[in-house]
Design a protein around this ligand. Structure first.
Ligand SMILES: C[S@@+](CC[C@H](N)C(=O)[O-])C[C@H]1O[C@@H](n2cnc3c(N)ncnc32)[C@H](O)[C@@H]1O
Length: 402
């Protein structure tokens, strides 16, 4: 135990640019990797259980090699690596701490993910059983990370954007594509090292990463776009925010603070998207009541849309990664004693200064379902989605004679 892995190290820009260029040349993107791994390409779960292991074989080509190295963390024979990367590129990868070289083999101590044109380095997803590291890991890109990246409407130009609990920096970096200035905040210093590395790797200028507790590092600032993928798992024994995973015993300790801060930090026309698990307590308020309580001024002054899909599976499989060593049965007993059901989805919030806010909780109202049968997201949540949701709400009131 006590295993510790250094964060990646930025090197000179031309070396980093060279690696990115190479990854693009090799088609290291979601579509090609998904096709190679044999599953749906829209919302990746790259190291999922359906991937055959070992993936790499003698007939593997260059894309297979990169995929095996960075997504599946298989060891690659040195000679096979030399067919893909030049010695100079291997030197650059080693200098960045993205690979470890032995005489005959090369392995990677990190994961490196493609995400719609960007490349994101995170801590390792796959650890050998009974060898979980004792440090606060940077979350690898989960399907939910891709999901949140997918719901933000990138056609809307934004002045200031904020990513709370930035981790690898994924949502902050995505926001730079359509924002003037972006700030990513994380309480874990390791996240600032990873997100800053990812900023340099992707050669992005208009983003800054700040260390601190939620809105602490952006006191007094307002944002047109706020995004967050907070730790949301109910964990009675792990303080909320101690790691990427725990949301305290209710699962909602970080979520509730993010929502309470919106009144202070969201501009008049701003939109917030939060991806989260909705943990329905057996004894306790409904989500409508919770949101009404968390939002300063209450639901009256905000439009809230919770687009969700049932997540009953969560009782039995809270997270195979996290509980690799843990007592799954005890965990299930705790969840069953406290919660009646779980849903997973996106909570989207905007202001209604006129005090005519409305609340929607359910599946998407757009023509396509928000989630397909594998809970993969299909389209962005736009301002139009808010309008449609409001119109339907209004019509239902008229029909009911209210
Ligand atoms: C579920 S991970 C999300 C990582 C990344 N945004 C993504 O979507 O892939 C949650 C992140 O929130 C950070 N975090 C937890 N508590 C926090 C707090 N109080 N303030 C800021 N960040 C926090 C964790 O360190 C972790 O990086």
């Amino acid at each position: 135990m006590g295993l510790r892995i250094s964060p990646p190290v930025p090197v000179a820009a031309p070396l980093m640019d060279g690696i990115v260029k190479k990854l693009k040349q090799l088609n290291f993107d979601e579509r090609h990797c998904g096709a190679r791994l044999g599953y749906f390409e829209g919302l990746p779960d790259f190291a999922g259980p359906r991937v055959p292991r070992p993936f790499l074989g003698p007939a593997s080509d260059a894309l297979d090699v990169v995929l095996a190295l960075f997504l599946l963390n298989e060891e690659v024979p040195y000679d096979q690596m030399l067919e893909v990367f030049t010695e100079a590129e291997l030197y650059a990868l080693q200098a960045m701490s993205l690979i470890q070289v032995s005489h005959d083999w090369i392995r990677s101590p990190i994961n490196l993910f493609p995400c719609s044109g960007h490349f994101l380095v995170t801590d390792l997803r796959v650890f050998p059983r009974n060898n979980l590291p004792e440090f606060n890991r940077i979350m690898w890109l989960h399907p939910e990370s891709y999901m949140l990246a997918g719901v933000v409407d990138r056609t809307v130009r934004v002045h200031k954007a904020l990513d709370l609990g930035t981790g690898s920096g994924i949502h902050a970096l995505k926001a730079t594509q359509h924002s003037d200035e972006v700030i990513g905040v994380d309480i874990n210093p390791r996240a600032i090292a990873f997100s800053t590395f990812n900023q340099r790797l992707n050669n992005i200028k208009n983003v800054e990463f700040r260390l601190g507790d939620l809105y602490g590092p952006v006191a007094g600032m307002k944002f047109d776009l706020i995004v967050a993928n907070p730790p949301f798992n109910p964990m009675p024994s792990v303080k909320a925010g101690t790691d990427y995973y725990s949301g305290g015993s209710s699962g909602e300790e970080i979520l509730s603070r993010i929502i309470s801060g919106l009144d202070e930090h969201l501009t008049e026309d701003g939109i917030c998207h939060i991806i989260t698990l909705l943990c329905h307590q057996k004894k306790g308020p409904t989500y409508r009541e919770k949101l009404d309580h968390w939002l300063i001024g209450g639901l009256k002054y905000f439009d809230v849309m919770a687009h969700v899909a049932d997540q009953s599976l969560y009782f039995r499989n809270p997270s195979s990664d996290y509980f690799l060593n843990g007592p799954i049965a005890e965990r299930e007993a705790f969840l069953r004693s406290e919660f009646s059901r779980f849903e997973f989805g996106v909570i989207s919030i905007r202001r209604r200064p006129a005090g005519d806010g409305h609340y929607y909780h359910g599946p998407t109202r757009s023509p396509l379902p928000l989630f397909d049968q594998d809970a993969r997201i299909r389209f962005p949540i736009t301002r139009l989605a808010f309008e449609e949701s409001r119109n339907e709400f209004h019509n239902s009131l008229v029909a009911a004679g209210d």
